[in-house]
Structures are given as C-alpha cells and as structure tokens.
Design a protein around this ligand. Structure first.
Ligand code: FEO
Ligand code: CA
Ligand code: CA
Length: 644
C-alpha cells in the first residue's frame, strides 16, 4: 500500500486550495476567509444570523431544546393513524393493530400544506409524510429472546416498517394529528403492494415466483431520508436492504464462492451483484420465517429493493411506486431541485463506506401547473455519479448503457442491468469513493448543494481507500460536509451542468482536540461543534440545520440538531438547538413554509438497552411502556420563525 499523506498535511493543502478558489469565486480577501474557518472561539460570533441561545446539552433520558422554545411530541410508535386503530398495548403485540398504528423508526419527514394543489401554502394545516426505517425487537417485545424473532414478531416488525401519512393541524399554537382525516394512511411493509416503474421494471432480473411480471413488490424496507418533489409528492430512499436478505456464505468482492448451483442459475448470475450490495448472512431474522428473504430460494427478490419510492400524499388511493431510473443502492435521501429548463434534478447519497454521490436529471421538464403531467416524470432521465478532483472541480459521470465501460464486455446488456447494479457501474466509470454519503440537498437561496458525509473509520486503513481531497482524513470518525457549486445559466444555478466546483464546508469533531482535524466556523462554542452529520434541511433564509447520528460523540454528548449560516461571518459556525434522549439519533428535520415549526423525528430512543430495562422510557415515562420513536414539533414560545 503506498504511504498516505499525514492528515494535517492533507488538510493544510486542501484548505489552501479552498481559500484560493473561494477568493477567485467570491472576490473575498484571504484574511476574511481564514477568519471564517478558524479552529474555535470562546463565544458565539456576534455576526451569526441565528437568534437563539445555544443549548448546553448533556446526555439524559429526556429531550431538550434551546431556551425560549418548546418541543411537543406529535405522534409516536403505536399511536393511531387510522380511525379504527386499537389502543397501543405493547405487552400484546398484534399485526392487525400495527397495520393501523404509527410504525417504528420514524426517519424522513416531509410537510405538505393543505389545501392543495392550488391553494395558499398553509403552515397551520398539512399532511406529514413519515417513513419507518427499521425496528428494534429488543425494545419492542417483552418476550423477545436475543438474536431470535418468532414468526409473529417478524410479521409485527414488517408491519411497523413502511410509510405513514397523517393530517396535522395547529390550533391555539399546538399541533395535533387529526385522527379522523380521510388522508391518513398506513402503508405497512408486510402487505402493501408497490409498483416498479422505469427502465428496470419488468426485467427478468426483477421477476420472482410470486411476481412473474417483475412489476409488483410487497413492501418497502429500511426507508431512510427522502425528498419532496416540486409537484408535491414524497420520495423515500430504501437504504440498508442487504440486512434483510440471507445468503449462508458471503461471497468475496468478486462474487466468487463455490457451491453446487448450476452455472447458469439466477443465483450464480447474481453473485457479483449480491456481493457488491453486501448481501451475506443476514443480521435480521426475517428469512427464518418468510421464504422470499432467503436468497438461495428467491435470488431476484433483493433486486426489488434498494430503490427510491414515490408516494402522492394528497391521493389516499395512490399506489406507491419504486422509480428504477434513480438507481439501486443504499439510498439515503433523494432531494430535488430544478435546472434552468425546469428539468428535475434529484441528488442522492449511497450510505456505505467508500460509496458514491449520485444525481438524476429528468429527460423532460416539470409542468408547474399540471400535477398529473409530472406523475411519471422520474421514469425517464440520466443517472450520474460524482468524481471529485483536487483542483476543486467535480465532474458528473453518466451511467448510461453502452457509454464508456458500461457494455456487455463488463456484464451489462441493457440500461436495466446498469440500474440494478448501479454501484458496479459507478465503480467502472471511476467515481470518487466517499465517506458514507448521507443527505445531499441544494440551498433554496444560493443554489449550492451540500453533501453530508457522516464518517468513515476505515478511510486510510483499507487498501485502495486512501485519503483524497474530498475525503481528507484518515479514520474519519466525525464526518464532514462539502459544498458543491453549480455554474449559473440564465441567471440560475445550472444543476444539470456536467462540471461543478466544490469546497469543504466543515470537518466535524472537537476543534479543541489537536488530533481531531476538525475545521469549523469561527466563534463556535465548546457546545457548538458536531460530529457525524446525517440529515440536513434549509430554513426560509437558507440557513443550514444539521441532524446528527453519532450515538453519543467523543465527549459523551447526545445527538441532536445544530444550525449555522452558509455564508458570511457565521459560515459553518454551528450552534446546538435540540438534543435527543439517550440511545436516539435525530432524523427528518422539516420546516413549515412559514418557518415557525420545525418537525423532527427522534429515532430509536433507548437503543442498546432492552424492553425490561430500557435506558429511557421517553416520551411517556410510563413504567408499563418501553421507549417509543416519535415525531416532535419544535416551536418558539413567541410563535416567531425558528432561528429568527
Ligand atoms: Fe439510515 Fe444513512 O442513515
Ligand atoms: Ca440517515
Ligand atoms: Ca434533507
């Protein structure tokens, strides 16, 4: 293995390059730029645009929010979604009940104002789209035996996966769920049918015994972050789907292992594909009871997961769709914007160590006034993977069958093959291996695209995964955020351009520790630095709100929510706003259009403990109830916009 540059050397070179690029782009002086990227200050910068006093968070059993604000639980696992949902009885789990109640592991949130489509954007009444990523059986079931789940427990867990839509309203300053709303939906993953559409739909590699058409899948799995389209639908990324599928032996990276399967069997055909997605002995127990999760029995079933799902929350009858044109990998989010021609650009991260940042550009433009015309807009377009260069440029590499190495010589016979094996296609075109890409989202005010890289402790330790300009730290345990800048066309950011510029926005970690390699905005307090950024959202003024998933950082502090400016003296000077209870991570930050409410998803509180001895019983603190994942509404006590 070639020697790696020392982290500090790499960082200094990187920052020098960054300063020269920013100077050229913004015309700013080096002194001001250095001031905006200091190591740490003793107090807040007075020039930050944020108006709240920082929360001094300490790990505890309850959540906590900055002074002058309130945090109210809106809906939690087991609460009714449908009018006929029975009461939550955690000691007597039931599939029929779970199919009507709010699911587990709330992750992505998207708020859709009512009335719609043509009414005023409402900030007091809307639909909340929520996905349910994963389950924690040791906290869900009183009788759970470690490492095993019964068939009944597996079925309840699948029903607790999936999607929810609930109508929410604010009256007298407080939000509540309208339990009798005809919009309310549960789409549990044990029985909801999802349609497959786009170039891979119906391909033989998507066909199974239960679905010879290759177009109808039961359930969606491990939905992580997502996005909201300009025409008012929700997108949701299927992330770590490999955990659900079982192959008794894990093939190596080349898909090579010996067995007695016929040379032309689907199992053999899919070896490289399954290996590249990380499918092997499954950590989850579903395969023990449900045959389609056993890959030797149903080799194509995994190919029906790992896509981006689209749902129209305004239509209670809408069939959810898996959009294969957006590629198949461990999808984190799928945030959208428009290019100057009105084409839809979807930014996506693949949350794996050394995986890629992607972009999809639709073939046709969105119709601003015609929702129906946009219904299948995401079925045609071009998928790209990002290659970062040390000179501060980025090139989007198309993943198109027949272009470059994506040919039969490399095992691709069609665009369907390219999409089913997106990761391998991106390997071949030479995309840059990143430190676990999570949310990727464009600022509504500047057009800059922020790429969140949560961490990668193996950077610099794995052969072929050394540091590079865009991933500059060995054993990166605290993550970082990059800022991409598209060129401008017709005085708008051109999100479909082939070449962008890029820059480091912040390097997470404690800047007071000399070995952290952290770089963060000047004026950040000792409570204000963050690590392991994950989901982001922008407020109306374009300030960045950052949720973390570090499961307690190096200083023993909880995950939560931070905010910072993206430009000016407060650039990257993060300030802590909200903290989650023990064991939880924070997901789904999402503002109402008027900026006065910020919905957040507190995921897996109490993780690492058990039903009988939970580390917290948030949010009920009822001795008869385990902790419950929940959506929380954050507001200022005076009702003003959060952050000022
Ligand atoms: Fe489900 Fe990448 O977080
Ligand atoms: Ca996430
Ligand atoms: Ca986001």
């Amino acid at each position: 293995m070639p020697p790696s540059p020392e982290p500090e050397f790499a960082l200094d070179a990187l920052i020098a390059a960054r300063l020269s690029r920013r100077g050229a782009i913004a015309g700013a002086g080096a002194a001001a730029l250095l001031a905006s990227l200091g190591r740490i200050g003793d107090a807040h910068t007075t020039e930050s645009s944020l108006d709240f006093e920082e929360l001094a968070a300490r790990l505890g059993v309850d959540h906590d929010i900055a002074a002058g604000h309130r945090a109210d639980v809106l809906i939690a696992w087991g609460d009714p979604v449908l009018p006929d949902a029975p009461p939550f009885t955690p000691d007597r789990p039931s599939v029929a009940a779970q199919e009507r109640q709010f699911g587990y592991g709330n992750d992505y949130l998207a708020y859709f104002p009512l009335p719609h489509p043509d009414g005023e954007a409402g900030s007091d009444r809307g639909l909340l789209f929520v996905n349910h990523e994963a389950t924690v059986p040791e906290l869900m079931f009183k009788t759970y035996h470690s490492g095993e789940s019964t068939l009944a427990e597996c079925e309840v867990q699948l029903a607790a996966h999936g999607l929810s839509v609930v109508e929410v309203a604010r009256e007298g300053g407080l939000w509540s769920v309208r339990a009798d709303s005809s919009y309310n939906r549960r789409l549990p993953s044990n029985r909801t049918v999802f349609e497959l559409r786009g170039p891979a739909a119906g391909h033989p590699r998507l066909c199974t015994r239960d679905d010879p058409s290759g177009t109808r899948v039961i359930g969606t799995l491990n939905n992580c972050a997502g996005g909201r389209t300009p025409w008012g639908t929700a997108l949701s990324g299927e992330e770590n789907v490999h955990h659900y599928f079982h192959l008794p032996r894990a093939p190596d990276a080349d898909g090579q292992w010996e067995d007695s399967a016929p040379a032309v069997s689907p199992l053999v055909r899919e070896r490289t594909n399954h290996a590249r997605l990380g499918i092997g002995p499954a950590p989850y127990p579903f395969f023990q009871h449900i045959p389609r999760f056993h890959v030797e029995r149903e080799p194509h079933e995994p190919n029906r997961f790992g896509w981006v799902v689209e749902l129209d929350p305004y239509d209670p009858e809408a069939v959810p769709v898996k959009r294969t044109a957006l590629g198949r990998f461990c999808h984190e989010g799928a945030e959208t914007t428009l290019d100057p021609d009105g084409r839809v650009v979807v930014y996506m991260g693949d949350d794996g160590r050394g995986e890629y940042v992607y972009r999809f550009v639709s073939a046709n433009s969105a119709h601003p006034k015609d929702r129906a015309a946009n219904r299948n807009l995401l079925d045609e377009g071009t998928l790209f993977a990002a290659r970062f260069f040390a000179d501060g440029t980025l090139r989007w590499l198309p993943l198109v069958f027949g272009v470059g190495p994506l040919t039969p010589a490399n095992g691709f016979e069609s665009q369907a093959d390219v999409l089913i094996e997106t990761r391998r296609a991106a390997d071949l075109v030479g995309a840059t291996r990143m430190d676990r890409p999570e949310d990727v989202e464009a600022s509504p005010t500047t057009g800059s695209v922020f790429v969140v890289l949560t961490n990668n402790s193996r950077r610099g330790r794995e052969t072929g995964l050394d540091v590079d300009a865009a991933n500059p730290r060995r054993e990166n345990r605290t993550g970082h955020i990059l800022e991409l800048r598209p060129p401008r066309r017709a005085d708008k950011p051109d999100h479909s351009a082939d070449v962008f510029s890029w820059d480091v926005f912040l390097l997470g970690g404690d800047p007071a520790r000399a070995d952290s390699g952290a770089r963060i905005g000047a004026g950040t307090s000792a409570d204000g630095w963050l690590s392991c950024p994950d989901n982001i959202a922008f407020d109306r003024r374009g300030r960045l709100w950052i949720a973390t998933d570090g499961h307690v950082d190096a200083s023993g502090r909880p995950d939560g929510l931070w905010a910072c400016d993206t430009d000016g003296a407060g650039r990257a000077a993060t300030r802590r706003f909200y903290a989650v209870p023990m064991g939880a991570e924070l997901c789904g930050p999402c503002f109402t259009p008027d900026g006065t409410t910020l919905f957040v998803a507190v995921q897996h509180p109490g993780e690492g403990s058990t039903y009988g001895a939970p580390s917290t019983r948030w949010p009920d603190f009822d001795p008869e109830r385990p902790p419950r994942p929940a959506v929380v509404a954050l507001q200022r006590l005076d009702g003003g916009p959060i952050g000022g």
